[in-house]
Design a protein around this ligand. Structure first.
Ligand code: MRU
Length: 345
């Protein structure tokens, strides 16, 4: 079910403030790069592909500060803006891939005027945006072949329209399966501590008319043991060259449970989420977030303030636990190192 999560409107970035969902559907307009950086940091905009687009649009916002006509200084300014945006969140590689594309676009046109370089940068940012819309729909079609009518599937976090420009990766598979009139049910894990599954995934799946049941994260094992899950679909924030995949904390435990219960475990991720410069998931930087996210819930304390907290936002699922990775180039099966290389060569 398409919805506009992030768009470029008259020199501003318009995005859904996801911290307010499901209570309020409200948009934020970012006029400057600092406002956008803060929106990324507090997860008003989130999800790997959406972060890539936010980063590209953020560079456009950052151009406004530059005064003058010196192209070399302008290209350096673009690099500085990219470095700044890169400090917002470390795990989703889409953010860094988009910044690299923007930097490369500026460098490639360094002999042009500042006005012309600006036009090329806008074109590059819009191409990143358009590509996300296209690849999500293609992944959806490939992934839908893995769902049969009558099945129950399970997902975690939010890998939907809200995590992309407007369609989703894992949830895009569900939207495509529904468009093909397949009948299936979705279990959504609530995804502590920030409840992306409860707040965002159930919200958008219900809007899309998909039969959705919310479970607490610690119920997943029981639901699998009861034979209620036929397949698991999740997104990813970074996939290493060997197929190890980082995604929202809790994904790894689902994959371990899936193996034990002999349930297929699928990752749905576009080429822009693959980081072929790293050999394995050990090299993926894992974001650690503030303890306040764990010891508070809706402004109520859930633990003593002085307690120590460990709050990694992501975990890495070993490639050997993954049945297949759905991409816009097709479905990649093991052995992943070789097959990823073949598909993206
Ligand atoms: O911390 P978040 O909400 O940005 O984490 C998002 C996820 O882990 C998603 O599952 C992932 O980015 C895939 S989105 C298509």
């Amino acid at each position: 079910m398409a919805m506009e999560t992030i768009t470029w409107v008259k020199g501003q970035v318009k995005l859904i403030d996801q911290t307010l969902l499901p209570g309020k559907l409200k948009y934020i307009y970012c006029k400057d790069v600092k406002t956008l950086w803060e929106a990324i940091k507090r997860l008003s905009v989130r999800g790997a592909p959406a972060l890539g687009v936010a980063a590209a649009f953020g560079v456009l916002l950052g151009l406004k500060k530059f005064k003058g006509k010196d192209s070399a200084k302008f290209v350096k300014h673009v690099a500085d803006v990219c470095d700044y945006i890169g400090t917002s969140r470390p795990t989703a590689v889409n953010l860094f891939a988009a910044l690299e594309e923007m930097k490369a676009s500026a460098v490639m046109h360094r002999d042009c005027s500042v006005t012309e370089i600006t036009k090329y940068l806008k074109k590059t940012a819009m191409a990143i945006y358009d590509e996300d819309r296209r690849v999500c729909r293609t992944m959806g079609k490939f992934g839908a072949t893995l769902i049969r009518s009558g099945q129950n599937v399970l997902t975690v976090c939010n890998a939907g329209a809200l995590a992309t420009v407007d369609f989703g990766t894992a949830l895009g598979v569900f939207y495509s399966a529904k468009a093909q009139r397949k009948k299936f049910k979705v279990y959504a894990c609530e995804t502590r501590p920030l409840l992306q599954g409860a707040r965002l995934t159930t919200w958008e799946l219900l809007r899309g008319g998909i039969d959705t049941t919310l479970i607490c994260d610690n119920m997943a094992a029981t639901v699998m043991k009861q034979g209620k899950v036929d397949a698991i679909f999740t997104g990813a924030d970074r996939v290493a060259a060997n197929g190890d995949s980082a995604n929202k904390i809790g994904t790894y435990s689902l994959a371990v449970l899936a193996k034990y219960h002999k349930i297929p475990f699928y990752i749905v991720a576009p080429r822009s989420t693959f980081d072929l410069s790293i050999k394995s998931g050990q090299e993926i930087p894992i974001e650690e977030r503030d303890k306040s996210e764990v010891i508070n819930f809706q402004n109520q304390s859930t633990a003593p303030k002085q307690v120590k907290v460990y709050n990694p936002a992501f975990d890495v699922t070993d490639a050997k636990l993954i049945t297949a990775i759905v991409t816009e180039h097709g479905i990649i099966k093991p052995p992943f190192r070789q097959n990823i290389k073949n598909v993206f060569k």
